[in-house]
Design a protein. Structure first.
Ligand SMILES: [Zn+2]
Ligand SMILES: [Zn+2]
Length: 127
């Protein structure tokens, strides 16, 4: 089950960032732009949407690759557990090769650049 965190700018109305951890991705999505997958057949692995400080944007990061792909999302989460993955692992930005971090707290707003992003909500998506 993936979980998400919403960060919003403390100054402007428009600035926000949604980080997602341990979402499944499937056969139709590429590794550079994985997209959430409903969970039946051809589950390729797990990915997260993390914060890139250099880009000041949310970027995808592959957390787990299944070889071969699995029939159900449960297999991906079981494998992640076996490997000791929490979903909060940091990664590398495919755009700038900078570090991706698992939190947007205290980061500069991508819209107004004056404000600071603050955590305002957290939720879990059913896999
Ligand atoms: Zn702002
Ligand atoms: Zn970047």
């Amino acid at each position: 089950m993936a979980f998400s965190r919403l960060y919003a700018c403390d100054t402007c109305e428009a600035g926000e960032a949604v980080l997602t951890f341990a979402e499944t991705w499937g056969a139709d999505s590429s590794e550079s732009a994985p997209s959430p997958y409903p969970g039946f057949g051809n589950v390729q692995g797990l990915f997260s949407m993390l914060w890139c400080r250099t880009c000041r944007a949310v970027r995808p990061c592959i957390l787990l690759r299944l070889q071969p792909p699995a029939a159900h999302a449960v297999v991906a989460y079981a494998e992640a557990q076996r490997q000791g993955l929490t979903g909060y692992e940091a990664g590398v930005c495919q755009e700038c090769q900078g570090a991706l971090i698992a939190s947007g707290e205290g980061e500069p707003c991508p819209v107004c650049a004056i404000g600071t992003l603050r955590l305002i909500g957290e939720w879990e998506d059913a896999a």
